[in-house]
Design a protein around this ligand. Structure first.
Ligand code: ADP
Ligand code: MG
Length: 315
């Protein structure tokens, strides 16, 4: 099997004023192509920090991260931006969809850098949304969808370009258990079908039952690195009841509690938030990345309008 991610002597120290936080120390690990790896551990153990270093969203203080034979930790910001667009996908706990774009437009975003025409991009985006049971939501904006629907749009966006590696930080953290089953099984079928290396942070150990590898962090160190010989093919709720999977036509219907996003956001904000700070940091990074994407999208739209007028009349 081919090594897809290789981490050597990774260390991350955060400095806030005079204080130093040793978030990760001497992490070593190797993941194969197509492997599903769960990173588990208590809050504050360094899960998000590790994911951010792996994805090249933050620079390590020491050590190296190789992805598909390339040293991510040695890349410049520009090289990283290109590398991320070509090789990586992301799923965030807080969805991070662009509010002014429809589901289709959000999903089509990562395809902008692949030299694919607008028409083809939107067709691929709609196809991916259909796989996520969202065919009827293609023209909806994020605020017109429930949390579970938004996260499925987020997953469609991560998978649409068939990246080599997808990183997900607690992707079901804001979802109810019913929706979690749906979302996890949708992810599972996609990673298995396309042999995508999938690295998922979670603090719910049951979610790791389908993983090929479980890495447990404690105080910024690898406490355990377990290979699972026979991972579960499907995620089953802890109470043993399973719900419809992707092949079930009911996936095409809305499921989960269809709470409008605004209401959900309000509920989240009023609840306890143990990891408020790191989450904010993640969001900032993603906002930067997305800003860059929008800039390119605008440029490209201008170019398309100027050079190939017939394209715009196609739809
Ligand atoms: P987890 O995701 O497992 O909850 P994190 O990776 O977010 O843990 O955090 C690991 C440690 O690093 C914690 O002590 C956290 O407070 C600290 N930390 C994370 N991000 C930052 C940051 N941007 N600045 C300072 N400290 C941070
Ligand atoms: Mg975290």
């Amino acid at each position: 099997m081919k090594s897809m991610i290789k981490v050597e002597h990774l260390r991350k120290v955060y400095r806030t004023g005079k204080e130093k936080v040793l978030a990760l120390s001497d992490i070593n690990l190797e993941l194969q192509k197509g492997e599903f790896c769960c990173i588990v551990g208590a809050s504050g153990s360094g899960k998000s920090t590790l994911l951010n270093q792996l994805a090249g969203l933050e620079k390590p203080s020491r050590g190296s991260v190789m992805i598909d034979g390339q040293n991510v930790s040695a890349m410049s910001e520009n090289q990283l931006a290109v590398f991320r667009q070509q090789k990586l996908g992301f799923v965030f706990q807080s969805y991070n969809l662009l509010p002014t774009l429809t589901a289709t437009e959000n999903v089509a975003l990562p395809l902008m850098f692949k030299g694919i025409s607008k028409r083809k991009r939107e067709a691929l985006a709609r196809e991916q949304l259909k796989k996520m049971g969202l065919a009827k939501r293609a023209r909806h904006k994020p605020t017109e969808m429930s949390g579970g629907q938004q996260q499925r749009v987020g997953i469609a966006r991560a998978f649409v370009g068939k990246p080599a590696v997808i990183f997900a930080d607690e992707p079901t953290g804001n979802l109810d258990s019913h929706t979690t089953v749906q979302v996890m099984n949708a992810i599972l079928s996609l990673i298995r079908e396309h042999k995508i290396t999938f690295v998922m942070v979670t603090h719910e150990r049951e979610l790791a039952a389908c993983a090929d590898r479980i890495i447990t962090l404690r105080d910024g160190k690898v406490l355990r690195n377990e290979t699972i010989e026979h991972p579960q093919a499907q995620y089953i709720m802890p109470d043993g009841k399973n719900e419809d999977d992707l092949n079930d036509s009911s996936f095409d219907e809305d499921f989960g509690e269809d709470v409008p996003a605004q209401q959900q956001g309000a509920a989240q904000n009023s609840g306890p938030q143990e990891t408020a700070q790191p989450q904010q940091a993640e969001q900032q990074v993603d906002v930067q990345q997305i800003g860059e994407e929008i800039r390119r999208m605008k440029e490209e739209t201008q170019n398309t309008n100027e050079t190939t007028k017939e394209n715009s009349t196609n739809e």
